[in-house]
Design a protein around this ligand. Sequence first.
Ligand code: AMP
Length: 260
Amino acid sequence: MQHRATSDRELGDTMNEKNDRAAWIKAGDAQCSIPAKPRALPPRLILLGAPGVGKGTQAELLCAGLGVCQLSTGDVLRAAKCLCETERTPAINDALSYMKRGDLVPDDTVLNLVRERMRCLRCRGGFLLDGFPRTVPQAKALGELLENETIRINAVLNYTLPIATIVERLSGRRTCANCKAVFHVSARPPRVIDVCDHCGGKLVQREDDRPEAVQVRMAAYEHSTKPLIEYYADHGLIRTISAEGEPERIYERTLAVLDA
Ligand code: AMP
């Protein structure tokens, strides 16, 4: 994969600074603030790993490094949460109630959100799917959607970490209420407490990072998401990466795996 090329890195830096991913977050006719540049070999990746394993941070680093968009279904749902009551459809309200409890949103609802955003999967700049697919039925449905477009996934990156470390990471995680950048109170602290380094927004603990929701999310992961590892292993796509240590070291490991 040609992800180390300087031009890609520069493209990634620019996108990280400014791209609002409007096509993914808002769907419909929304245009991204920085349209992707078509590439001969667009990186098309899926990130897997338990909640708290550091996927979001790696997604940020990979987006900056590879110049691809992070397509997170969790971000779409969180953006819907900010809509006023009159703008929310009953289906979205239903989805948000699952999310608040830490439960997985039903497959049909998530798949409809993704179908409305097919443009982003067709993007010639590539993509990084984060938090989708989350169940084997979602993975099969995604496989069909991509096959219809003759698009192939390059690799599925599976981040692994012991459970005690996961719980520690989740309890200290803070997210920017404005730009969604991810920090950690000890492992990746912001320069100023509770203030985002990138946009000055307020750092908050996600509702579903609270202890009672974390337990439900871990159970959902064990039951629904772990079988995905086997599913993608059968497709020869799984690349397992240890998520121990500093984000930058994990990122280096990820690039080494992609290079290999
Ligand atoms: P995330 O930001 O990926 O951790 O997602 C936050 C929450 O959004 C999850 O705990 C689920 O409630 C919901 N969610 C996001 N993506 C999916 C998905 N692919 N399938 C089901 N629920 C999802």
